[in-house]
Ligand binder design. Structure first.
Ligand code: NAD
Length: 516
């Protein structure tokens, strides 16, 4: 307890000392972080290889690239994000300065999960360092009513800003990356402002007794509730980046309808007609290899241990076997004959998770895969067909390379199915019918969604990344991280002149004076 008190106490003292006052300081810390990622790339990739069997290419594209992208965006935009935002004024305040000033919250706690152990810690850290306004220069209001635009003029002449101090708690499950972060961050960043705490549940539990000004937690929903309960004791706001079962609906109707139509018209060999139709309209249904290739990529990357991986497929029974065939063909294309030998295929993080995932296969119809090896935590890419909505594999988030296919009669039933469950972190729909896509968006809810692809919405840094309901609260990425870790302070700056005007609001009879 004493150790955590000391760590947080030191971070708070550093925050209050004001040595990180300027925008320039925060930019410098972000530059240092970027230098760390570039100089220590080899070590970072090696730690990810040890924790999750990630090959260099996957580790770089899944984790390092995201962090570098986030850093570049923050460094480029920080001066404009940090600027006070002028607001519209009314008759009584038309002569005044009125703006929203983003101020840092104070000492922030970032708790990371193990599945993307580097990115899930460093990405929020970037936002927390960056957050806060810049009143460091001379700001003047210009434009109509004196406040439509605020411009920074002149050299900095006074100081009243601070970025957040951040206590970083990486996941103990990915121990190599956790230790690497503990070694590297103090070499590149201010040690007192940005301490790293390693350890497991006892350490996190102790840490959570301390008072923070914001907590961003990434992990499972059950622990999310523990974090929120601990935060409530100090009235600390939280961002909870949780998980859930992200559905993927494939609308096979388009091409099959045409097939049916052609068949009903008495055409025996419809392949030519279908080809001509596709060529003209670009129509592709569930049998499209491209649709299944995208699903296969998002489902089996990181061995299925991705919070926004498509958890299960919903489709009509008539296209199920075609979907299976196309996913099988893609798996062969991606990982070759022997997936175990593929450098692109990861492993389950530990034996506990391995056994949990294997237990989900019991009693299921395995259409593909199913091979496991406990010693190396290997589970082959697996597809389950004709899965009952009531089975165990459909109860909890799979978080592994197992893809159940559940039959629905069409989009109505798919929407009903999705809405009968907890709100997911992501939702995917594959269809050529834009109206159908919009209908799915408007009649369901999820943290985020992509149509005709998977995962990709999370790569657009201008979009908020977060859950809703059971999949989380709050969001981050890009400017949304800056907003999450800032308090938006309403500032009105008047002068002491023109007191006569204020008579309108002073008693006696202020109402009467306003009534004329
Ligand atoms: P985990 O086991 O690494 O736990 C996350 C953190 O919580 C760790 O730092 C750990 O020390 C701490 N923790 C664990 N148990 C605790 C307890 N009892 N009290 C206090 N702290 C505790 O990660 P996990 O929960 O296995 O992560 C997987 C889950 O996270 C999945 O549900 C996944 O969908 C979700 N996830 C969400 C996102 C997102 O951005 N929304 C990203 C990655 C993972």
């Amino acid at each position: 307890m004493e150790r955590m008190q000391q760590v947080v106490g030191r971070a708070r003292a550093a925050f209050s000392s004001g040595r990180c006052r300027s925008l320039e300081f925060r930019l410098q810390q972000l530059k240092n972080l970027e230098r760390m990622v570039r100089e220590k790339e080899k070590e970072i990739l090696a730690a990810l290889q040890s924790d999750l069997h990630k090959c260099g290419h996957n580790a770089y594209s899944h984790e390092v690239m995201g962090v570098l992208g986030e850093l570049a965006l923050a460094m480029e935009n920080l001066p404009s994000w940090a600027a006070p935002q002028p607001v519209k004024k009314n008759l009584l305040t038309m002569r005044d300065e009125a703006y929203i000033y983003p101020e840092p919250l104070g000492v922030v706690l970032v708790i990371g999960a193990w599945n993307y152990p580097f990115m899930l810690v460093v990405q929020p850290l970037i936002g927390a360092i960056a957050a806060g306004g810049d009143l460091h220069g001379v700001w003047v209001c210009v434009g109509a009513m004196g406040g439509e635009k605020i411009a920074r003029v002149g050299q900095p002449h006074w100081v009243c800003v601070l970025g957040n101090a951040v206590v970083v708690k990486p996941s103990e499950v990915s121990e190599h990356t956790s230790q690497l972060l503990a070694d590297l961050l103090p070499q590149y960043l201010d040690e007192e402002l940005y301490p790293v705490v390693t350890g497991g549940v006892p350490e996190t539990t102790e840490l959570l007794t301390q008072r923070f000004d914001h907590i961003l937690y990434t992990g499972n929903t059950a622990v999310g509730k523990i974090v929120m309960a601990a935060a409530a004791k100090h009235l600390t706001p939280v961002t909870l980046e949780l998980g859930g079962k992200s559905p993927c609906y494939i609308d096979g109707a388009v091409s099959y309808t045409h097939l049916d139509v052609y068949k009903r018209q008495g055409h025996e060999d419809v392949s030519g007609l279908l080809w001509a139709h596709r060529w003209q309209w670009g129509l592709e249904g569930a049998e499209s290899p491209c649709c299944c290739r995208r699903i296969t990529w998002g489902k089996y990357m990181n061995c299925g241990q991705t919070c926004i991986a498509p958890d299960y497929i919903l489709c009509e029974p008539s296209i199920q076997s075609q979907v299976v065939e196309n996913i099988k063909a893609t798996l062969q294309e991606f990982y070759g004959e022997d997936v175990k030998k593929s450098p692109d295929y990861e492993r389950i993080v530990n034996k506990r998770h391995f056994r949990r995932i294997v237990s989900l296969l019991e009693g299921q119809k395995i259409a593909h895969g199913g091979e496991t090896d406990e010693a190396s935590c290997f589970i082959a890419p697996t597809i389950l067909t004709d899965v009952s909505a009531e089975s165990k594999v459909m109860e909890e988030e799979i978080f592994g390379p197992v893809l159940p296919i559940v039959s629905v009669k069409g989009v109505d039933e798919a929407i009903e199915f999705i809405n009968s469950r907890e709100k997911p972190l992501a939702l995917y729909v594959f269809s050529n019918d834009k109206k159908l896509i919009k209908r799915v968006i408007s009649e369901t809810s999820s943290g985020g969604m992509t149509a005709n692809d998977v995962i990709m919405h999370s790569t657009v840094l201008d979009m908020p990344f977060g859950g809703v309901g059971n999949s989380g609260m709050g969001a981050y990425h890009g400017k949304h991280s800056f907003e999450t870790f800032s308090h938006h302070r309403a500032c009105l700056i008047k002068d002491l002149k023109m007191e006569g005007m204020n008579k309108l609001r002073y008693p006696p009879g202020s109402q009467k004076k306003l009534d004329w």
